[in-house]
Design a protein around this ligand. Structure first.
Ligand SMILES: [Ca+2]
Length: 183
């Protein structure tokens, strides 16, 4: 009887462990510039800073001041290369300078292939953007050398970035990125 109970408890533990380990998790409070890096083309400017005046969450948000004539954005690596899946959505808070900006949100999947989704931001107040993972499409304008072409493979997500639209200048603030269950 005790043996059967032990087996039942062990089986249950394995189920719980497997269940928990498969649930994708990611969040970034954007309270510090690190681990984010600015990137920009030779004709462009991109400066990131911690803005503590009115964060949407936590101690700060990240402010992007930019003047884009070729390409400009911010990006980070996901050091633990988490597994995501298409039943989830990426959500974040964003506010701008009151003019229209196209912000390309981009995932680097395992192997380094880039998938993006462009959202338009025109509000000066915090708004929440939610993008189902299945909405991210393979970038047609650019891919890194040797990037595979094997679809959105999410077993080891390598990076996340935000790029501002071509010929745009101004500022945007981003805060509170999370991976959430898609509704
Ligand atoms: Ca924050």
């Amino acid at each position: 009887m005790i043996n059967k109970l032990l087996v039942a408890v062990s089986v249950l533990s394995v189920f719980l462990f497997v269940g928990c380990s498969q649930k994708p998790k990611f969040s970034d409070s954007l309270d510090t510039v690190s681990p984010w890096n600015a990137f920009m083309g030779p004709k462009s400017k991109m400066v990131i800073s911690e803005d503590k005046t009115s964060p949407a969450e936590g101690a700060a948000s990240l402010k992007l001041d930019f003047q884009n004539a070729d390409w400009a954005g911010i990006g980070r690596e996901l050091a633990d290369k988490p597994a995501w899946n298409k039943k989830y959505a990426l959500t974040f808070k964003v506010k701008g300078d009151g003019t229209s900006h196209n912000l390309a949100v981009e995932i680097t999947d395992n192997g380094g292939e880039r998938f993006s989704k462009i959202v338009n931001i025109s509000s000066k107040d915090w708004e929440t953007i939610t993008i189902p993972i299945s909405y991210f499409l393979r970038r047609k304008d650019w891919q890194p050398d040797k990037a595979p072409d094997d679809g959105l493979t999410l077993t080891h997500v390598e990076g996340l970035s935000f790029s501002v639209g071509e010929k745009e200048k101004g500022f945007l603030s981003i805060d509170d990125i999370k991976l959430v269950k898609n509704k």
